[in-house]
Design a binder for this molecule. Structure first.
Ligand code: B16
Ligand code: MG
Length: 225
């Protein structure tokens, strides 16, 4: 099969590792301190969303009006708790078959980037020992606009020297799939297809992605539309 160079952009939380459970525990602790109940269902709204936006949503849920100082303090408090969980992470927390996919693409010489809303993306990739696969890291420290704005993925494509229509994005959040589509990239949803309805392709997880699907993405007719 004829192959071309394709840029592969991975989201972090929910795609490479399940850090949502740690975000949840840290947000729940803060919520409870503020007298707010915070459920797993509500945590769904936080996936792929920036830390600042998460706190705004949480305060809305609790009907709490915060001063700027309180807001900033709570952002820091939440992150300190979250980082305590991250500190204990290791390679056992990588989601199934992610290393297989990264290795396959790397061996084929494909450029690989991270496109995440998290400001903690780099230390997490270091902790789970996957940082070396990535040619570029675009994260919450680099972007000004949150998904579904395509900024994060466009920046990743630029860093990889690829045009958007030569890039594939793996995402678990609705806003992330929208961002990939808005960027003019091929979106691959990782998660429930009834939630990620806008994704061009959908898989429950990476164990469902075989080499022939990756090869299909590497064939000129399939990727560039
Ligand atoms: P941080 P992703 C996102 O990661 C998480 O899904 C979201 O829940 C979190 O609020 C956001 O990162 C910011 O994370 O507090 O570490 O900066 O899915 O975009 O990789
Ligand atoms: Mg995600």
């Amino acid at each position: 099969m004829k192959t071309q160079k394709v840029g592969f952009i991975f989201d972090l939380d929910g795609v490479i590792v399940d850090t949502a459970k740690y975000h949840y525990l840290a947000w729940k602790k803060l919520a409870n301190e503020l007298g707010i109940d915070f459920t797993h269902e509500q945590n769904e709204m936080f996936k792929g969303v920036s830390r600042k936006r998460c706190l705004e949503i949480l305060l809305d849920i609790g009907g709490i009006a915060a001063t700027k100082e309180q807001f900033d303090t709570w952002m820091v408090d939440k992150n300190i708790d979250y980082l305590a969980y991250i500190e204990k992470m290791d390679a056992s927390e990588i989601l199934p078959d992610v290393p297989r996919i990264l290795k396959y693409l790397k061996d084929k010489g494909m450029p690989i980037a991270l496109g995440s809303a998290s400001k903690n993306a780099r230390p997490i990739l270091e902790k789970v020992n996957l940082l070396h696969y990535f040619d570029s890291i675009v994260d919450g420290n680099s972007v000004t606009k949150a998904k579904p704005d395509p900024e994060v993925f466009i920046m990743a494509a630029n860093n990889l020297n690829m045009s958007p229509n030569q890039c594939v994005v793996f995402e678990d959040a609705v806003a992330g799939i929208e961002a990939a589509n808005n960027a003019g990239m091929v979106s691959v949803g990782i998660g429930h297809e009834d939630i990620l309805v806008e994704a061009k392709y959908n898989f429950q997880d990476f164990t469902e992605i075989d080499n022939s699907f990756l090869d299909k993405l590497l064939s000129i007719e399939q990727v560039v539309k």
